[in-house]
Write a protein that binds this ligand. Structure first.
Ligand code: CP
Ligand code: NVA
Length: 329
């Protein structure tokens, strides 16, 4: 059943019903098929889209740009230092100006409040491309990928292992509660998500048949899981905590032993990326020299194994972000 989401912003999955999330995933599937078969209609012809980035990005930025190009829209990248946003002009005034010129605004940055202010004052749909608190467009791509491999979401057991209170973990927990997933956060107690968010998600889960488990024991946390998910141990903006996080999370690395603990040979491995699974990055090399770690949140073996679906997941950022724009513009 189609839903009219025109004019809506997409700041957190909290604002979307299970039916609306299902609709966005189905629309993503249709748009993906249309792109593959060369039958894509340019539904966003003539639209102007602002892409504000306070933090760096490969996937989110490229997904918005490619989705705009595919649909006939024009995307304008507004990077850190390109616009005044909060420095010499308030977020409110910037939102009012951008809303007079653009049909939609993507924001990636630090404070979640900034994306809320943009949505409140711009008068056009605003999409959250990651804040310190949430990363909702990522979760749509994650769910599309799980659907493609497992056929459905309801009843899937999914464990997120690692920094259990970061933006990806928060959004994955909200999304899972909405779509009926048996969701577990497996992390040390110090990195458990906030009680407030857990109780919100458990409230949603009561309605949808999902379950939300927050646990520090790895063995029981991952047992029976159809999918394991991890993210970096240190998110953008938290670089001062590298040493502390390594100590807290070294036992929570996703490795082959952990995949075996699921008891499912066809368990899939997801990661929003970018990932530290080798030393082929400058930061990875620095971590190796400083702490002697060649791999962090996931081993290179798992990352490159038959379990890993991370590049399907990355591609699905385009199809799902496109669906969000097509549905809301
Ligand atoms: N997963 C994700 O958001 O990647 P980028 O930081 O490259 O956008
Ligand atoms: N938690 C990570 C996600 C990157 C896509 C970060 O915020 O850096």
């Amino acid at each position: 059943m189609p839903f009219n989401l025109k004019g809506r912003s997409f700041l957190t999955l909290k604002d979307y019903t299970p039916q609306e999330i299902d609709y966005l995933l189905k629309l993503s599937e249709e748009l993906k098929k249309a792109k593959y078969t060369g039958t894509e209609a340019k539904l966003l012809q003539g639209k102007n889209i602002a892409l504000i980035f306070e933090k760096p990005s490969t996937r989110t930025r490229c997904a918005f740009i490619v989705a705009c190009n595919d649909q006939g829209a024009h995307a304008e990248y507004l990077g850190k230092g390109d616009i005044q946003l909060g420095k010499k002009e308030s977020v409110e005034d910037t939102a009012k100006v951008l809303g007079r010129m653009f049909d939609g605004i993507q924001f990636r940055g630090f404070k979640h409040q900034t994306v809320e202010l943009l949505a409140q004052h711009s008068g056009v749909p605003v999409w959250n491309g990651l804040t310190d608190l949430y990363h909702p467009t990522q979760v749509l791509a994650d769910f599309l990928t799980i659907k493609e491999y497992k056929g459905h979401l309801r009843g899937i057991s999914l464990a997120y292992v690692g920094d259990g209170r970061n933006n990806v973990a928060n959004s994955l927990m909200i999304g899972s509660a909405k779509v009926g997933i048996d969701f577990r956060i497996v992390s040390p107690k110090e990195l458990f998500p906030s009680d407030e968010l857990v109780s919100y998600c458990r409230g949603v889960a009561e309605e949808t048949g999902a379950s939300i488990t927050i646990i520090d024991d790895i063995k029981s946390g991952v047992k029976g899981c159809h999918a394991l998910y991890t993210d970096v141990w240190v998110s953008m903006g938290e670089e001062a905590y590298f040493e502390e996080r390594i100590k807290q999370l070294k036992d929570y690395q996703v490795n082959m032993e952990m995949i075996k603990m699921t008891g499912k040979d066809d368990c899939i491995f997801l990661h929003c990326l970018p990932s530290f699974h080798d030393t082929n990055t400058t930061v990875g090399q620095e971590i190796y020299e400083k702490y002697g770690l060649k791999e962090m949140e996931v081993t290179d073996e798992v990352f490159r194994s038959k379990h890993s679906v991370v590049f399907d997941e990355a591609e699905n950022r385009v199809h799902t972000i496109k669906a969000v724009m097509v549905a809301t513009l």
